[in-house]
Write a protein that binds this ligand. Structure first.
Ligand SMILES: CCCCCCCC/C=C\C=C\CC(=O)SCCNC(=O)CCNC(=O)[C@H](O)C(C)(C)COP(=O)(O)OP(=O)(O)OC[C@H]1O[C@@H](n2cnc3c(N)ncnc32)[C@H](O)[C@@H]1OP(=O)(O)O
Length: 708
């Protein structure tokens, strides 16, 4: 609802009340309409201030209402009524004014913001555009380039930037409502003719056509198939070229297409999934709302390779004291330099002071004795990690949480090396650890719920999307990646090229195809793992056993490239060719194509035409099938956990909602039917055999996601 009160004898104060973020639900919209009417009819009221309850102006339209039978007064006439009012309407912006919240403020005649406030039109991130006049008013207020930037990226701006851009009229460090009330009194009675943004002409943009052509090109490139950014450009173009009323008509048309699109549903699902993963639970009964995290003031990192350095930076940026341990002197010296460089660059980006003084370096593991939490980030080798955990168990203070940054190894086995296995959890960071948003928090059967809660809370403080997952080989993300990679290799054997496979995946929306990613992260990484698993046979043998391991199909292609020293970008050659070792720009490699042809001949394989649809179905449906298996085993608590992991850690296109959501969009019956089809053709590939949860869901007609 919206509360109306009279303050300072002549100011009508309208307070939006819809916790937690004052989203513009039907009830709140009705409340605003009623309160505005009251204010305008009351002769005592000479000016009006609109503010939000609990330190937040408004988080925008109520996203939960989308896709339902929307009732209540619509936003556009409500905002027009505010703009056309004959008493000054002032928005007092604290906390956030986002989406419909900022559009409401743009309907006001003046905007006063607190210095800590954030403003933005993030609709594009939900698959929409600012369709309550935002796409038409903002360009008129701040000019086309600045508005286009805000609307197509959805970025939030600080109050200082909003002032500089001209979105707000005043910024205060004091009580915003008081400042707005005072301000409103000072302008009461003045003409409002120049204050109604919809009446402004859009500032002239030179070379309009060329400007929008270039903008559209850029947006299409970065959108990777998302339709909302493109519609946002079209809406701003309408603002720049059409009178306001026609621009509004165009805004409405464009919104109508977006509003019911699958992409909007997927993006809005991601918004809620990102928040849902914070409400974790474990099979043993641990829960986010009943488990109290332990306080962490000092954290320690063991091992300062690439991952350890990133984790050290991420911890220091969170404001913790960090003890960083590296037993090799040369590595330690290099790490100190690298970490301070990363901190400096991070500080420059954020406009903050660097924080190297929070880090103490040591060559001795004894230095971690006082830490509340230790993250082991040594080389991915079980024997080495076992040794470190035995040492930590001796050295650390009672109650200290022991975490391992492994990407696949058994957490429970490591816990068994310590005196307090309940204090051991995995914290699987993604490289670069100070940049990537995802953190898998891995609990073993003996991890206490307090240990999980502590790691989850630390992840949140570090700005990560933390997802609690169970203990199995590769956890959730890497476990699902295995069948995806396998299928990509098999497709090469059957006639595809790395270019064809990568193109299909990039057209789907991944920033990089599987072979480009493999070149970037290094082919030797997987090779080492496969060797340790006894999968690698040196040289190329022929005959039926050459491509079978442990009774299932196996492709040695990656091993053969590694034997040639082709490790990807770092050696300048991998699945692609680079101009030099460390080069970033991939080129097709004729050698690789001849190698594949020779390989097929040697193996008696006849190349056939593989199309994009087969690439997508085999790679993605095999990955999704593993996701269902993971759900069935209870390794992930729900589909949102898997989807968040893939969207935030593996480049899954957000506008497709994550792999499990995508499966629902395609239709579970179709996914199962295609898997069955491919499994019949390739009976030696168990990852193509639909798992029993998928079969049961299809048989019962049940859905995995309520949104679908
Ligand atoms: C045929 C065509 C017809 C079309 C007619 C339609 C006309 C529509 C016209 C205009 C449309 C306008 C579009 C919008 O306004 S879309 C919404 C834009 N706003 C946003 O994207 C902001 C989203 N929220 C946030 O960014 C944050 O929540 C923030 C406000 C910054 C607060 O952050 P924080 O303090 O960290 O809190 P949480 O994010 O955890 O949120 C707390 C809970 O509140 C829920 N929430 C937040 N925002 C909304 C919202 N706008 N609607 C509904 N619910 C919201 C959030 O999910 C949390 O709850 P839970 O944990 O249960 O998920």
């Amino acid at each position: 609802m919206a509360q109306f009160s009279l303050v300072s004898a002549s100011v009508g104060l309208i307070t939006l009340q819809n916790p937690p973020v004052n989203a513009l639900s039907a009830v709140l919209r009705q409340g605003i309409v009623d309160a505005v009417e009251k204010a305008l009819c009351d002769p005592k009221v000479k000016s009006v201030v609109i503010c939000g309850q609990n330190g937040i102006f408004c988080g925008g339209a109520d996203i939960r209402e989308f896709g339902t039978n929307m009732r209540g007064p619509p936003l556009i006439p409500m905002i027009h009524a505010i703009e056309s009012a004959n008493k000054p309407m002032v928005a007092a912006i604290e906390g956030s004014a986002l989406g419909g919240g900022l559009e409401l403020a743009l309907g006001c005649h003046y905007r006063i913001a607190h210095s800590q406030a954030r403003l933005g039109l993030p609709e594009v991130t939900l698959g929409l555009l600012p369709a309550a006049g935002g796409s038409q008013r903002l360009p008129r207020l701040i000019g086309v380039p600045a508005a286009l930037n805000l609307i197509t990226t959805g970025r939030h701006v600080t109050a200082a930037e909003a002032l500089q851009l001209g979105i707000v009229d005043q910024v205060t460090d004091h009580n915003t409502v008081d400042a707005a009330v005072k301000f409103s009194q000072s302008v009461a009675g003045q003409s409002l003719d120049g204050r109604r943004i919809s009446t402004y002409p859009c500032p002239v943009q030179p070379n309009l056509d060329a400007f929008f052509e270039e903008a559209m090109l850029k947006v299409r490139q970065s959108a990777r198939g998302a339709i909302a950014p493109v519609a946002c450009v079209q809406a701003v173009r309408a603002a720049a070229t059409l009178p306001y009323a026609q621009g509004m008509k165009r805004e409405k048309e464009l919104m109508a297409t977006l509003f019911t699109s699958g992409q909007a549903r997927a993006l809005q699902y991601c918004f809620f999934a990102q928040r849902a993963v914070g409400r974790w639970s474990t099979p043993s009964g641990g829960r986010w709302d009943t488990s109290k995290p332990r306080p962490v003031h000092t954290a320690a990192v063991i091992g300062l390779g690439t991952m350890g350095r990133g984790i050290t930076v991420a911890l220091a940026q969170t404001g913790l004291s960090v003890v960083a341990v590296e037993t090799q002197v040369k590595q330690l010296t290099e790490a100190k330099q690298a970490v301070s460089g990363m901190l400096e660059r991070g500080a420059t980006r954020r406009g903050a002071a660097p924080t190297p003084d929070r880090i103490t370096y040591s060559e001795n593991i004894q230095a971690v004795a006082g830490a509340d939490l230790v993250i082991e980030a040594v080389f991915e080798d079980m024997a080495l990690k076992e040794k470190v955990f035995r040492q930590l168990s001796d050295v650390c203070k009672p109650g200290a949480l022991l975490c391992t940054n492994t990407s696949a190894l058994d957490i429970d086995h490591l816990a068994s090396q310590t005196r307090n296995p309940e204090l051991v959890v995995g914290m699987h960071f993604f490289a670069p650890a100070h940049v990537m948003k995802l953190l898998e928090v891995v609990y073993g059967p003996r991890s206490s719920s307090q240990a999980v809660a502590t790691a989850m809370q630390l992840g949140k403080k570090m700005g990560k999307i933390s997802v609690a997952v169970g203990n199995c080989r590769g956890f959730v993300g890497n476990r699902m990646l295995k069948p995806y990679l396998e299928q990509a290799f098999f497709l090469l054997e059957e006639g595809a090229t790395p270019e064809l496979v990568d193109r299909a995946l990039e057209d789907f929306g991944f920033p990089m195809g599987v072979f480009k990613v493999s070149d970037l992260s290094g082919l030797d990484v997987g090779w080492r793992v496969r060797k340790a698993d006894g999968m690698v046979e040196s040289g190329l043998s022929t005959g039926p056993s050459a491509r079978i391991r442990q009774g299932r199909r196996y492709s040695p292609l990656g091993d053969l490239l590694c034997e040639q020293g082709r490790f990807g970008q770092k050696t300048g050659r991998g699945w692609y060719l680079y101009d030099k070792p460390g080069g970033r720009v991939s080129k097709s490699d004729p050698w690789l194509h001849s190698f594949l042809e020779e390989y097929r001949v040697q193996q008696g394989l006849v190349a056939r035409r593989v199309d994009q649809q087969e690439v997508l179905e085999r790679c993605l449906f095999a990955l999704i099938n593993e996701g269902f298996q993971i759900l069935e085993e209870g390794i992930a608590a729900g589909p949102e956990d898997i989807d968040a992991i893939y969207v935030f850690g593996y480049g899954w296109p957000r506008h497709r909602g994550g792999p499990m959501f995508y499966a629902g969009m395609v239709g579970l019956a179709k996914v199962m039917e295609r898997l069955d089809h491919y499994h019949q053709a390739h009976p030696d590939e168990p990852s193509l055999q639909p798992c029993s949860l998928l079969r049961r869901l299809v048989a019962s007609g049940k859905k995995l996601h309520s949104q679908l």
